[in-house]
Design a protein around this ligand. Structure first.
Ligand code: PLP
Length: 403
């Protein structure tokens, strides 16, 4: 084998990898469906889904087949050419959404960066150079490039990196008055997550989204939905905006789109497409054949009645188990979210111990995420089996007992 199978441990992380993260001591080396195994062969039920990415579980056999097939045809050509998987994937996204055109990139941040640049470019070309203000929301998360992290509403992520891009204003999520107070003719876009993900699994209310749509129409501003976390089946519909009955002008998706193979997309309408000419934006890897083939297969599998309606069933089962847990431990005050993007809002006495709860869960063999300071987040595979749900929840019960 060309890979050397020398043993590496968690210590290597401290020695060789920049500590932007602080991973737990175990190292996953294998995944199948909703289960993960570490170096010691210990097995875990995975409710993290790679942060809402592995919506078809780990190593789905059909995706492995597609990956293998495409890897023998062609991996990468750059965007000086187009390619068959990208063309098929774009057509599929257009046919199943509000959009008429698609741009492919490699991460959520890049799709949002493209969306924000496009909103400004469109307003500048069509109206006025001064029309460049973007309104976003406190507590929101849009990625880690300097532009996207500045548009994001958590200054702890954007402070200390020097001057921030100008022309960004923040309003209060679900409080339309705070938007009305700052929107004006120089607003080029309003951007929001329909469910604030990293911020704590907080859904936007229907009336809020409807009023944002009206404000955007009134002020000739574009409405941008960041569906990086909610898109591609996570909420039980292909896109979360379908629950709201409101269409954006620009939509971004990433996480679930590639099942773990990096790919993202920005979708928009022909009205906006009309200002675009070759060269004003670009990417080397975006829309490469390997990523697009996997994304196409991912959508083919997820965008079926069976899987989308299954989301509701699985949520029901998880809620049933969580309520049993809550009877015993008085763990949470509320469950928030939509479909299989689930936020467990902790009772105040548990908030400071959230990382201990996760740690005890790891020890018992079940994996969760956090969101915000006081929420345990679950974003499991959309096809997690009932027995995996029950086993994972039993382990969670035992973890809480020991904790
Ligand atoms: C994860 C996430 C991003 C950033 O995606 P990356 O692939 O990490 O760049 C942006 N927006 C939302 C809503 C996200 O959840």
């Amino acid at each position: 084998m060309i890979l050397k199978n020398t043993l590496v441990t968690r210590n290597s992380f401290n020695n060789f990898i920049l500590p932007f993260y602080n991973p737990p001591s175990f190292i996953p080396i294998k995944g199948k469906g909703s289960r993960i195994w570490d170096q010691q062969g210990k097995e875990y039920v995975d409710f993290s889904g790679g942060i809402a990415v592995t919506s078809l579980g780990h190593c789905h056999p059909l995706l492995n087949k597609v990956l293998n097939y495409q890897s023998k045809k062609i991996w990468h050509t750059s965007n000086i050419f187009t390619n068959e998987p990208a063309l098929r994937l774009a057509k599929k996204l257009v046919l199943s959404s509000f959009a008429s055109h698609v741009f492919f990139a490699n991460s959520g941040a890049e799709a949002n960066e493209a969306a924000f640049k496009l909103a400004r470019y469109y307003a500048t070309k069509k109206y006025d150079v001064k029309k460049n203000n973007i309104i976003s929301f406190y507590n929101s998360f849009h990625g880690r490039t300097l532009f996207t992290v500045s548009v994001g509403g958590q200054s702890k992520y954007s402070d200390f990196f020097g001057p921030k891009p100008l022309g960004i204003q923040h309003a209060e999520f679900n409080k339309i008055e705070t938007v009305k107070n700052i929107i004006n003719k120089n607003t080029c876009a309003i951007v929001l997550e329909l469910i604030q993900g990293e911020g704590g699994i907080i859904p936007a209310s229907k009336s809020f989204v409807r009023e944002l749509r009206c404000l955007c129409n009134k002020y000739n501003a574009l409405l941008i939905f960041d569906e990086v976390q909610t898109g591609i089946g996570r909420t039980g519909k292909l896109f979360a905006y379908e629950h709201y009955g409101i269409e954006p002008d620009i939509l971004t998706i990433a996480k679930s789109l590639g099942s773990g193979f990096p790919i993202s997309a920005m979708l928009t309408t022909s009205k906006i497409q009309s200002v675009i000419t070759p060269g004003i934006h670009g990417t080397t890897y975006g829309g490469n054949p390997l990523a697009c083939a996997i994304a196409e297969a991912t959508i083919n599998i997820i965008n079926t009645k069976n899987i989308l309606s299954g989301v509701k069933q699985k949520l029901k089962r998880i809620l049933f188990e969580l309520n049993i847990i809550n009877k015993r431990f008085k763990l949470f005050t509320e469950i928030r979210g939509m479909g299989l993007l689930i936020g467990i809002v902790l009772e105040s006495k548990f908030v400071k111990k959230i990382h201990d709860i996760l740690h005890f869960s790891f020890l018992e063999g079940v994996i969760f995420l956090t969101a915000g300071k006081n929420v345990i987040r679950m974003a499991p595979s959309l096809i997690i089996s009932e027995s995996d749900i029950v086993e994972g929840m039993n382990r969670f019960y035992r973890a809480l007992k020991k904790f």
